[in-house]
Design a protein. Structure first.
Ligand code: ADP
Ligand code: MG
Length: 322
């Protein structure tokens, strides 16, 4: 497993990461979630041995990243922020170079390169300079170099940042495929990504760990957990008052030009009873329904609460969570 204890990074009088501790087991896909500037990349750089912590300790399967850096780093694949590479190298040259740096020679080196080229579907790109590739392909080259030695630990900093929706989907599928038996840590400021690929989510705000839970547990902390969502094709003026009058309703939020309603129950344990009451009301009123379901909760709502609590004045946080 990997173990992080009281990790801290200070730049001058500014503390980017404040005493973060946690451990991760094989099979876990851990998502670092947080607004820009929260300290996600800095934490990853310390875990991978790219920068030295001001204080604290990192061990990768019992190898101390500072005392046994080569042994520890041989177990890690790392995609740094922005997937940097040597732009004037051909994809094939770059991957051979990385394979050599990872200690492979001869046939084994070529086998490793061929394998990641196939895995990342880079066949048509191998003879192109990296600078000429699209963002999606560049990112795939970055992931290819990170997995070329089949590492136990994969650390991917914003692996889908700046990709179009199809490319995002492909990279997420790939991460899911890679995560069996490995430790994967990804950072993202996209909430849906955490629900899509992670088994565990850590919310970081201002260098501090403010939540460590499964995506489902986080959703359950949302004020929309077990809320009832009703979307109608048309709604008359009485719809809101009828819904608000139901027993067990705390509040009703209106959206979608007054045809969408979110009923927040007084008690989430009685959400099913409220759901039945809504169903009966719909039938008795003869409403035409587009959607009716119980919500699991909204991650963005929890994220906003936790990151804004950390600093009500943090304008960077406001930008991300709006
Ligand atoms: P994130 O990846 O969550 O967006 P970072 O870890 O990149 O955040 O940055 C955390 C904070 O540390 C930011 O305020 C950033 O400006 C600051 N920071 C990062 N690297 C340096 C550096 N080399 N010198 C000074 N400040 C830095
Ligand atoms: Mg970052």
């Amino acid at each position: 497993m990997i173990k992080i204890e009281n990790l801290r990074k200070t730049y001058g009088d500014f503390t980017a990461v404040k005493n973060i501790s946690f451990s991760v087991q094989p099979g876990e896909v851990l998502g670092f979630l947080g607004p820009n500037g929260a300290g996600k990349s800095t934490t990853m750089k310390m875990i991978t041995g790219f920068i030295r912590p001001t204080a604290g300790f990192v061990s990768i399967f019992n190898y101390d990243i500072e005392k046994a850096p080569v042994a520890a780093k041989s177990l890690i694949g790392y995609l740094p922020e922005g997937a940097p590479a040597y732009g004037d190298m051909l994809v094939s040259q770059f991957l051979r170079f990385i394979a050599e740096a990872r200690g492979f020679t001869g046939e084994e080196k070529q086998r490793r390169v061929d394998h990641v080229v196939e895995r990342l579907a880079l066949e048509t790109m191998v003879n192109r300079p990296i600078d000429n590739l699209s963002k999606g392909f560049k990112r795939r080259v970055g992931i290819a170099q990170a997995i070329i030695h089949d590492p136990q630990v994969l650390i991917l900093d914003e692996p889908t940042d700046g990709l179009d929706p199809n490319q995002k989907h492909q990279v997420r599928e790939l991460i899911r495929g890679l995560s069996k038996e490995k430790i994967v840590i990804i950072s993202t400021h996209i909430l849906e990504e955490v629900a899509a690929v992670c088994t565990r989510a850590m919310i970081i705000a201002e260098g501090t760990l403010v939540a460590d839970a499964t995506p489902a547990e986080l959703e359950s902390r949302s004020r929309y957990h077990r809320a009832i969502r009703l979307a109608l094709t048309h709604a008359d003026d009485s719809a809101l008052s009828n819904l608000s009058a139901l027993k067990g309703v705390r509040t009703v939020e209106v959206s979608d030009e007054n045809t969408g309603f979110t009923l927040i129950p007084v008690n989430t344990d009685h959400s099913s009873e409220l759901f039945s009451a809504v169903t009966q009301l719909v039938a008795s009123q003869g409403w035409s329904v587009k959607a009716l379901y119980v919500e699991s909760g909204r991650l963005d709502d929890v994220f906003r609460q936790l990151t804004l609590l950390e600093s009500a004045r943090d304008t960077e946080a406001m930008e991300v969570v709006q």
